[in-house]
Write a protein that binds this ligand. Sequence first.
Ligand code: GDP
Ligand code: MG
Length: 174
Amino acid sequence: MSMEDYDFLFKIVLIGNAGVGKTCLVRRFTQGLFPPGQGATIGVDFMIKTVEINGEKVKLQIWDTAGQERFRSITQSYYRSANALILTYDITCEESFRCLPEWLREIEQYASNKVITVLVGNKIDLVEKREVSQQRAEEFSMAQDMYYLETSAKESDNVEKLFLDLACRLISEA
Ligand code: GDP
Ligand code: MG
């Protein structure tokens, strides 16, 4: 029997423009809460959550940026050894969607060629302020061969699904 308390360990890294809700997604998933106000900063490098999938214990090490994305100073070390990337934009912010090709270039440059990338359109609770249609995002994700999901960290929509589906895919490709 293994000495470890898990069957699989995966490193998941969140990227995307500042303000799209990366920290809130991580906190919703790992702590089950939505931080009030603007105070979403975690201030630690990563958070851990262990989930069980088909009887297997899957330890997820989830890396958030501590504001480096504002200065475009995310470095290679951040991407290194990531098994999966959650590329996030804000459905109410056209600019965050238009920056996606820049993020894809970074992925190409720094991440492993085996990395699994999920495109996430966050803040679907603000659908009345939507600037990026679902169809546009679907077309983009298909062209880039990325899995695509819309979430709300605030209302907890699809957040669990995002991480659990990703864990399933990581296991199946491990
Ligand atoms: P980050 O810079 O990508 O880490 O973004 P944050 O997680 O700090 O969130 C930026 C802002 O968006 C904060 O004011 C959050 O309260 C807000 N926010 C994050 N996720 C959601 C969401 O799903 N719905 C709504 N309405 N606001 C959100
Ligand atoms: Mg953040």
